[in-house]
Design a protein around this ligand. Structure first.
Ligand code: DOR
Ligand code: ZN
Length: 372
């Protein structure tokens, strides 16, 4: 494929890392999986409370299927002490695809996250035996005494990945949303059972783009220009163990830009987290991926990035007849909406902090591609 093409067909695009939430937020965002061009969503379990057993995850997947009947959903469970090897075997029988591990306190709803991986070795052994996937949020918690902060939390995590891989070489592991050259090199050096998801926003952003700009703030934070270059290189190369996981993570606007009116007092702002971590890309995902890959000379690998590589690793073949065609955008037609509002909140004023509205990545900007 050359840069001059004006139409691209992708077989059954799949997003292997999605946050679809609960309640009204879920009703707003779940249909956006399909409108953003994806046929499959691999769904994260960090709800409030998190999904910690097979039954909760199966029920959650059913609730999503009701909201978007044409989309294929893969459910996951949250790694925590409740999750025993027996529960893993039950989950595997119920076709639950994986288990997500969050280190304690590093991101949204991770207060119940883990501190020590070795206590979970019996769980990992059961996962290896039942062919389930371990999804790792690859950051260690910040610790000033140890010199750990958001900029080096991912490189500091990589020893855990290496160790789990060496103990369980047949366990399929995905290092989620890699942001550093160190992470890319680490995954490259592992065996075929270790893969890596890369978000479109981390292919685009560096530190300067989120410092002082809450809408671009997510975990892990975007890093240095050389780190972004490493992410782009591995996608341009089409390496088979690197693929799309959008980490699309919607938060109400009032939580991204908390004001003294919405949070009650300036005091509360100082003591609470100032800004929720998460970037919302779901409704624009496939056109966004095409636009970004084209910008750094990787458009030829769009199909590998958004479908083939992830599907091969997860052993989820493309559904026949589900290709999505993109064509070049004309004029204003690819302008990203400034906000998505839940219909039953549309009448509320802009000042009302209970108004359920989500601002997408690239709000108001033009994309180069649209879904035909
Ligand atoms: O930015 C993020 N948002 N990173 C995560 O790991 C979680 C996510 C969320 O759930 O909001
Ligand atoms: Zn995530």
């Amino acid at each position: 494929m050359s840069q001059a093409v004006d139409s691209i067909s992708v077989p059954s695009p799949a997003d292997f890392h999605v946050h679809l939430r609960q309640g009204e937020m879920s009703a707003l965002v779940t249909p956006h999986v399909a409108s953003g061009g994806m046929d499959l969503a691999y769904v994260m379990p960090n709800l409030a409370p998190p999904l910690t057993n097979a039954k909760q995850t199966v029920d959650y997947v059913h609730s999503l299927e009701k909201l978007a009947p044409g989309t294929e959903f893969c459910g996951t469970m949250y790694l925590c002490p409740e999750l025993t090897p027996d529960e893993i075997r039950r989950a595997a029988k119920a076709h639950i695809a994986g288990v997500k591990s969050y280190p304690r306190g590093v991101t949204t709803n991770s207060d119940g996250g883990i501190e020590n991986y070795e206590v979970y070795y019996p769980v990992f052994a059961a996962m290896e035996e039942t062919n389930m996937v371990l999804n790792l949020h690859g950051e260690v918690p910040s610790d000033a005494e140890e010199g750990v902060c958001v900029l080096n939390a991912e490189p500091r995590f990589l020893g855990h990945l290496k160790k789990i891989h060496s103990q369980f070489p047949k366990l399929r592991i995905v290092l989620e949303h890699a942001t550093t050259r160190a992470a890319v090199e680490c995954v490259r050096s592992c065996g075929d059972t270790v893969a890596c998801s890369i978000t479109p926003h981390h292919l685009d952003l560096i530190v300067d783009d989120w410092a002082g700009k809450p809408i671009n703030f997510c975990k892990p934070v975007a890093k240095y220009p050389d780190d972004r270059a490493a992410l782009r290189e591995v996608i341009r190369e089409g390496h088979p163990r690197f693929f799309l996981g959008s980490d699309s993570a919607p938060h109400p606007l009032a939580n991204k830009y908390p004001s003294t009116t919405s949070r009650g007092s300036a005091d509360a702002l100082v003591h609470d987290c100032g800004c929720a971590a998460g970037i919302y890309t779901q409704p624009i995902l496939l056109p966004l991926c095409a636009t970004l890959l084209e910008s750094f000379g990787a458009l030829d690998n769009l199909g590998k990035y958004v479908s083939e590589n992830g599907r091969a690793f997860y052993q989820r073949p493309a559904r026949p007849g589900r290709e999505v065609v993109l064509r070049r955008a004309i004029g204003d037609e690819s302008k990203v909406p400034s906000v998505y509002v839940h219909p039953s909140h549309a009448h509320k004023s802009e000042e009302d902090p209970t108004k359920l509205e989500v601002v997408p990545f690239y709000a108001g900007k033009q994309l180069a591609w649209v879904i035909a």
